[in-house]
Design a protein around this ligand. Sequence first.
Ligand code: ADP
Ligand code: MG
Length: 309
Amino acid sequence: MNKKNVLYVKNLNKIYSKNSSKSIKAINNLNLEVNEGEIFGLLGPNGAGKSTFINILAGTTIKTSGEINVWGFDIDKNPRQVRASIGIVPQEVNIDPFFTPRNILELQAGMYGIKKKDRITDTILKLVSLEKQAKSYTRSLSGGMKRRLLVAKALVHKPPIIILDEPTAGVDVELRSNLWDNVKLLNKQGVTIILTTHYLNEAEQMCDRIGILNKGDLVALDTTKNLLNRIQTKIVKFKVNTKVNINNNSLKSTNILSNEVNELVLSYEKSSIGIDEIIKFINEQNVKISDISTDDGDLEDVFIRLTKN
Ligand code: ADP
Ligand code: MG
């Protein structure tokens, strides 16, 4: 599969300088590419530079230096075409409370110069499950509905790339999964998705590839699968018929987390010792194992390791 490169970022830098004495380096020599049709996640702790990056793509923040190409257009030479190629769902919800979802989508379509007959307002309202609220004042919508309305707004000009900045921050669990379902549906229809989130389990489930930003530095860029493979510490739980005679020196690279009459829990470094060696050791103690379960760790482990200082 050789897919088109829809976002290309080279040596991107952003320095905020409020006054001459204090300047903040928000993005430090960022290089990345996003491929057509993928769901790409940009993760990082607060202040990592995620919103800065997205605002630069949106054209609301000016980069200090570097090259950005979106859908084949250079952001400096063709800013309008870049804007037409992306739909941005911003981190901050700012919607006029006295407008209805339908008004807002129609206004947005007008801003993009889309003729009445070419508008897809109803389709979009349905996609984000707001058809029942089409004529309600937005101030009466729940937080999750307002978020979905922001997604709808980003869709009016049918951009091939949708960029979502922390779309589920402050949204309750049920609506979060509903929102992600909408995003997955868009992706199935061929839309490339770029998102930021600090809910790592969501990123793990949603994203094909992940970049991790920390204080402006890209500290990881890989497929979600490869990132998860980096986790070296595994946890294993054995159900046993009697207490195992084991201490931390019995086996190399293992650590006893708990040792009870009918359960032994260990962590071990998978690069240094195999689970078969652990099982062999337990069997040699004349202990019967009735069940084994392992825990692979998750993206949170990778994230913490890469972003702690
Ligand atoms: P994130 O979205 O990952 O939380 P931001 O891009 O919002 O991070 O912020 C990155 C850094 O840039 C932070 O140190 C933040 O304080 C700083 N910053 C963001 N916006 C501005 C601004 N308009 N002026 C000055 N500094 C800013
Ligand atoms: Mg942010």
